[in-house]
Design a protein around this ligand. Structure first.
Ligand SMILES: [Zn+2]
Length: 241
């Protein structure tokens, strides 16, 4: 009897410590991955200056996010510039101010159950979000690269990227994001007008792949439009134009 009690108390003492350590390890791993993604995206010209923000789920219940601090240079992003926020957006770990767009990340994670959210300010997404604003979105169709999106198995897939009006009213904007993601459950991302691209994934690696696929396709569209203007022909796949 005494022996059982000792074992139980020993387990009880170890379990919370182990959970806390593993959460700490998970956060530091995610912070390193997000910092590496930021430096990589900067090098590709997708998050110049202090633009863009990145997050990953530390745990789902209660929801804790690892997310970039606001106004940090993504070309030299370090794990120390990643904060952990609790489910109410308060800082649970790290020092600094979280990204001003953190509420949008929370909205995407809550609606889609995403494990990571990445946001870029590329030239292509900025241009196309304005060109197609009146149509409410951009269609990407017929490209082999579409197969890099989760669940897509054919180039014949039709991907609709909704465009939302940009706003500095982040609570309202994040509400609009939540609504559009609920209405359009098939979409892998969306554009904010004259602002940039948001996409997500089950984990940072998948979200990174989605950024690469979507940025590639948006750049193809920009270059195709330029070619179309020169040749006077509409390239296949430009259904939204
Ligand atoms: Zn932004």
């Amino acid at each position: 009897m005494i022996r059982k009690k000792l074992i139980r108390s020993s387990r009880g003492a170890r379990t919370p410590l182990a959970t806390s350590n593993s959460r700490g390890r998970r956060f530091s791993d995610l912070a390193s991955v997000l910092a590496e993604i930021g430096r990589d995206f900067y090098a590709r010209g997708w998050v110049l200056g202090t633009s863009g923000n990145f997050s990953a789920v530390v745990r789902h219940n209660p929801l804790h996010l690892a997310i970039t601090s606001t106004a940090v240079d993504k070309g030299s992003l370090t794990p120390a510039q990643i904060l952990e926020l609790d489910e109410r957006g308060r800082i649970a770990r790290g020092h600094g101010r979280p990204s001003t767009e953190a509420a949008i990340h929370f909205a995407i994670v809550r609606v889609r159950g995403a494990g990571a959210v990445l946001h870029t300010h590329s030239v292509s997404s900025t241009l196309l979000s304005e060109v197609y604003a009146a149509k409410g979105g951009v269609t990407l169709e017929g490209y082999e690269m579409l197969k890099g999106l989760r669940g897509v198995t054919s180039h014949q897939h039709r991907e609709w990227l909704p465009i939302l009006e940009n706003s500095q009213d982040i609570p309202r904007l994040s509400q609009a994001v939540a609504e559009i993601l609920e209405q359009q459950p098939g979409t892998h991302g969306f554009l904010l007008r004259q602002h940039g691209l948001y996409t997500w994934g089950t984990e940072p690696a998948e979200a990174k792949r989605h950024v690469e696929i979507l940025e590639f396709l948006l750049e193809v569209m920009v270059r195709s439009r330029a070619g179309w203007n020169i040749l006077g022909e509409k390239p296949q796949g430009l259904r939204g134009s």
